[in-house]
Design a protein. Structure first.
Lengths: 1003, 109
């Protein structure tokens, strides 16, 4: 039984009891507990089920490396799956449920998989599910989807808020153990701007648990003094509950602060993502203990020796009355001694090393603990709990010498430095044969923009295991980092500790070393993904020799813990199977984040209205007042139509079309791009930008122009107005304003930098209103102030003046085929001018219209729309726009490309109008089919629809499309299949459906 | 995320402040050029592991285009310089030579 001891532990506050729920059970813990320590204190050893075999699992670790104790946390809008119980601080009312089991945690049907384990080896899915092919869709995939995944995805919207925070540091120190504290202290004393973060709620790391002495005082006291000194420095910022999540290019660091997870009733954001730029980063992230690979090493009650010590010292939790310690290094002896001192039984310490341990072993023996050298665990007996261990010789094959009844096993396979943050941005590792660990290679640090290293590891993370060595290493790392940022470090010696003399570790990758098949199939490497020693060996036999391949074939290290416990053991087994040295095998890639961070933190405050800025025209308020139906156009929101009371969107659009052709329509055209191009070389420049000639445009006149990319494809269009001798105003599409402005700047800055041209984007400086329809002139004459007659202001000209007292620039241009005035006023007057037009236009039947009506009006006239008739593969010649391509110019952007063989191919699909025989509307994106089939057995095609609408003017479906030899096939009928299996037939016609002579716009 | 210094306004900023614009020092081929020359201009690009020259625009800053010499393998930035040139300035080339002796890139070395 696991239980709470009388001594309670150093982090537990017994004056603050707390109640929480696990799988519906009401349980009790204390402030300072983690969910894992509180569960263990309540004898809840079983915390989850493994992924593949649904084996019963309990906590194996006490921190971020925990692979087993994953729970669903919270309910409703606070529900979150896959939360580690070991890093979840307890709070009053905490609500947790276990995952990956059915129907209950205690009795799980899926555990039958374990009985089939023989038939589910590594790569099983790849081998099994290939044949027969049709089974994939209906049998295999649904089955795999059913059993895949750990926790459940949240169903409700996240009720919490999150934020980002920017920070600039000279030295960032990650890890608040004694190494991190020392490094931060040195950098802080040197005057550098320091940020120190620690992922847990507590400072001091392992040293305070292990009871080391620092500078003649208990580590606990030294840590408290050091934290106080750091907190008092103005140039130092320290944050607990903040994990260094990732190290990126040029000193960009992400840190993840958990603000309210430990107390959800607090107001404010739940998580904060720190986006840090640090000149130097010190990774003082400590080490993670490795499990030993023996049969039954996953049974609840088998735990890392360091974790057993943590639960005992920090939270006063005993995993069991009788704990067998099994190890290949001296550190686990500390666990035995601590248990013994707490009054618990350690039936035996099984030391795999033939020569046994050093000074700590002597201390254990002196305390009366039985110490057996050269011994190993052959097998752990038990199901949901440890019942006994079978002891054997490490050198043998597992013949049982003795069975020792016990409740828990504390194992230690040695310590692996946490090299993740060192490695994220390219830091390389060395294999240290003596210490049996990968450690950072200081000669190959991650490098920054100056080519110099910007990350240093310090303390245990740098491969130093003794306290004195850790302090000295951290001191020099802190000083070196401070110096590299230009600060002046202090001198003086690092404090000393009372390190015991330790005997060297002996690597043990399989226990016992000669374990046979039956034992290897029960020796777990990756607990969460159920990868065993036998799986990795099988992968090696089947040719997955690269560690990256073996990882993906077996799923070793692919679980939510990302191999924190399993990677080194796994690649050591792989090396053994391949008969090669561990550094030859190498490690898999360490990728950020160090442990999973919430999606909310990544998004920060970018949600709802803050997700993306919305651009609003000066007239936007009117559209809102009229309950317009909006559509997004780039970052703009434009009215799609203005439905009236009970009207459907479709009916509203048709009403607007009919009214605009009969009376007056009003369009908010403010979003159209407006670029002023000015300078002595402006005309010459525009001749390069546009396919047609702009330099010879007369002052006061307008001309429609096309722009192409250097690839020849049509990219934007719009009307250009010549303002004066050296000034042109170029209209672009709504979506093209910023892009075309950048495009012009690119050519002016990088190609023709000696041309004297200036471009200004004045899109937002003007509100622009299109007054469209046969009665448009009457309305403007009613407003008065300037002559808008055909004689004074004919089609395709512009004029400055006033209308109704408003200063205006009026363009006689038309995208509808009607008499049309596009009127620009300063943005600040936009709404007032619009309101005036609406009020004065009432007697003429004025109605505003939206973008859909705009589309239909232009389609009835056969005008192209960028993005409908063009898709990045269409050249102007495809659209019958040769009239807008100058024959006189030597050059324009795209001209050379349009001379290429493929561009002059007569078989290119060309634009025509399409009239359905039955008057219906061709579906968007439909393809015209031709006789025969292609090599893939699909029907051949001979064209596609580019724009298709119901024309309220003509009371029938109209469309434009690109058709093979289209212009030469007038009157032919082509067929467009629909998704429902039927098809619609359409006659090829001229693309101008309405007012073919263009008389209505030129009155 | 890279940091770059704009040679026009002198601001050092994060990559999000800039916009990458592909390979630097392209020579434009227009009407009258051979198919080979035009193909080279439009499509053929260097893909080096090491020294590279790129176009960048300080798009959320001064708006100017500039050129950057950097290492694609280590992300070291050797220097940035204004776009109004057809070849890298000598001091940039010297800096690269000091760090990557024997380098070459297209016709430059």
């Amino acid at each position: 039984m696991s239980t709470r001891l009388q001594s309670k532990g150093r982090l537990v506050d017994t004056t603050q009891p707390m109640e929480f729920r696990f799988n519906g059970k009401r349980l009790k813990g204390y402030a300072g507990d983690t969910l894992a320590s509180a569960l263990l204190a309540n004898d809840q050893m079983l915390m989850g089920r493994s992924f593949k075999y649904h084996r019963p699992r309990g906590a194996v670790a006490s921190g971020a490396e925990e692979p087993n104790a994953l729970v669903n946390l919270g309910q409703g809008g606070k529900f979150e799956p896959n939360q580690r119980a070991t890093t979840t601080e307890l709070f009053e009312g905490l609500y947790a449920t276990s995952q990956n089991h059915w129907p209950t945690l205690e009795f799980d049907v899926g555990a039958v998989n374990a009985a089939l384990a023989r038939f589910l080896p590594a790569g099983f899915y790849y081998k099994m599910f290939i044949h027969p092919r049709p089974f994939w869709k209906y049998v295999y995939e649904p089955f795999i989807r059913q059993s895949a995944g750990l926790g459940k995805a949240p169903k409700e919207r996240d009720a919490d808020t999150y934020e980002h925070f920017y920070f600039y540091a000279d030295v960032m120190v990650i890890g608040g153990g004694i190494a991190g504290l020392t490094a931060a202290l040195e950098a802080g004393r040197a005057g550098a701007r320091v940020l120190l973060v620690e992922q847990t709620a507590h400072w001091g790391g392992r040293a305070v648990v292990d009871g080391a002495e620092i500078g003649g005082k208990p580590a606990e006291d030294w840590v408290a003094e050091t934290v106080a000194e750091l907190a008092a420095m103005d140039n130092v910022t320290i944050r607990a509950r903040t994990m260094g999540a990732g190290v990126y290019d040029h000193g960009f660091i992400l840190a993840y602060e958990r603000l309210t997870d430990h107390n959800p009733e607090t107001s404010g954001p739940r998580h904060r993502l720190w986006r840090v730029r640090a000149k130097q980063t010190i990774s003082a992230t400590g080490a993670i203990e490795r499990p030993l690979s023996f049969a039954g090493n996953d049974i609840p009650g088998v735990m890392l020796a360091g974790a057993v010590r943590d639960y005992l010292v920090n939270w006063g939790v005993s995993i069991g009355d009788r704990t067998v310690v099994v190890t290949n290094n001296d550190d686990a002896y500390r666990t035995a001694i601590a248990l013994h001192r707490a009054g618990l039984r350690v039936p035996a310490i099984l030391d795999a090393r033939a020569s046994g341990g050093g000074a700590l072993a002597d201390e254990a023996r002196a305390a009366g603990i039985r110490v057996e050298a050269g011994r190993a665990i052959a097998k752990v007996k038990g199901g949901k709990r440890v019942e006994a261990v079978e002891v054997c010789l490490q050198a043998g094959e597992g013949a049982v010498l003795e069975t020792i009844p016990c409740d828990a096993v504390a194992m230690s396979g040695g310590w692996s430095p946490v090299v993740h943050l060192w490695s994220h941005c390219g830091g390389k590792l060395l294999w240290d044969t003596e210490l049996a660990m990968f450690r950072p290679d200081p000669a190959r640090a991650p490098t920054g923009s100056d080519g110099l290293g910007f990350v240093a590891a310090a303390g245990t993370a740098n491969g130093h295991l003794g306290t004195s060595a850790v302090l000295a290493d951290a001191q020099s790392a802190g000083r070196a980092a401070a110096k590299a940022t230009g600060a002046k470090p202090k001198t003086g010696k690092a404090p000393q500790s009372n390190d015991a003399d330790e005997a060297p570790i002996e690597p043990v990758w399989l226990m016992p070393q000669g374990a046979g098949d039956a034992l290897r199939m029960k020796a777990w490497l990756d607990y969460q993904n159920d990868v065993k020693v036998s799986d990795v060996q099988l992968a090696a036999r089947e040719g997955y020799e690269s560690v990256e391949h073996a990882k993906r074939y077996t799923t070793l290290g692919m679980a939510t813990d990302q191999g924190k416990l399993s990677n080194i053991n796994g690649l050591a087994v792989l090396s053994g199977a391949l008969d090669q040295a561990i550094p030859v095998t190498g490690t898999t890639t360490f990728r950020p984040p160090y442990t999973p961070i919430s999606m909310g933190a990544i998004g920060g405050s970018a949600r709802d209205g803050l997700f993306q800025p919305i651009r609003k025209t000066p007239i936007y308020g009117y559209h809102v007042d009229q309950n317009a139906d909006f559509e997004p156009v780039g970052h703009w929101r434009r009215p799609y139509t203005y439905p009236r009371s009970a009207e459907t969107v479709h009916d509203a659009v048709n009403r607007e079309v009919v009214n605009t052709r009969a009376n007056i329509g009003l369009l908010d055209a403010s979003t159209l791009g407006k670029l002023i191009v000015k300078g002595p070389d402006a005309g010459r420049f525009l001749d390069m930008m546009y396919t047609n000639m702009m330099s010879n445009l007369a002052i006061g006149k307008c001309r429609y122009g096309l722009m192409c990319s250097e690839n020849g494809f049509l990219s934007d269009d719009g009307v250009v107005a010549r303002i004066d001798e050296d000034t042109w105003l170029c209209h672009t599409t709504t979506g093209g304003a910023d892009r075309i402005h950048a495009w012009m700047e690119d050519w002016l800055q990088c190609e023709w930098w000696d041309w004297k041209v200036y471009v200004a984007n004045v899109t937002e400086q003007y509100a622009q209103v299109a007054v469209v329809g046969p009665k448009a002139r009457k309305l403007l004459e009613k407003l008065g102030g300037m002559d808008v007659s055909k004689e004074t202001l004919p089609f395709m000209q512009w004029a400055d003046g006033t209308l109704g007292g408003f200063p205006v620039r009026v363009y006689r241009i038309s995208f509808s085929g009607e008499l049309s005035y596009e009127i620009a006023v300063p943005a600040s007057l936009g709404r007032a001018f619009w309101d005036r037009l609406v009020a004065d236009g009432e007697e003429f039947g004025l109605m505003p219209y939206g973008t859909e009506c705009l589309h239909i009006l232009r389609a009835e006239k056969g005008f192209i729309m960028i993005g409908d008739e063009t898709d990045g593969t269409v050249i102007p010649q495809d659209l019958g726009l040769n009239w807008a391509i100058s024959k006189k110019k030597d050059d324009y952007l795209g001209k050379r490309a349009q001379e290429r063989e493929h561009m002059v191919d007569p078989k290119r699909w060309k634009l025509v109008g399409l009239e359905t025989l039955d008057g219906s509307v061709i579906p968007d994106g439909a393809y015209a089919v031709a006789a025969g089939k292609n090599a893939n057995g699909q029907r051949n095609t001979e064209g596609r629809v580019t724009s298709t609408y119901y024309s309220a003017t003509l009371k029938r479906g109209i469309a434009m499309g690109l058709i093979l030899n289209g212009p030469d096939r007038m009157g032919d009928v082509v067929e467009f299949p629909k998704v429902d299996g039927t098809s619609v037939k359409a006659k090829i016609v001229d693309q101008v459906f309405y007012d073919k002579a263009g008389e209505k716009q030129d009155v | 995320m890279l940091t770059l210094t704009c040679p026009c306004c002198g601001v050092s900023g994060e990559e999000t402040e800039f916009h990458a614009g592909g390979e630097a020092h392209l020579k434009r081929y227009g009407p009258g050029s051979s198919d080979n020359d035009f193909e080279g201009y439009l499509f053929m690009r260097e893909n080096p592991k090491g020294v590279h020259f790129e176009r960048w625009r300080h798009v959320y800053g001064c708006g100017k285009w500039f050129l950057a010499a950097r290492c694609t393998a280590t992300l070291e930035v050797f220097g940035t310089y204004p776009a109004q040139t057809t070849e890298p300035p000598q001091d940039i080339k010297d800096k690269i030579t000091a760090k990557r002796p024997g380098w070459s890139w297209r016709d430059f070395a």
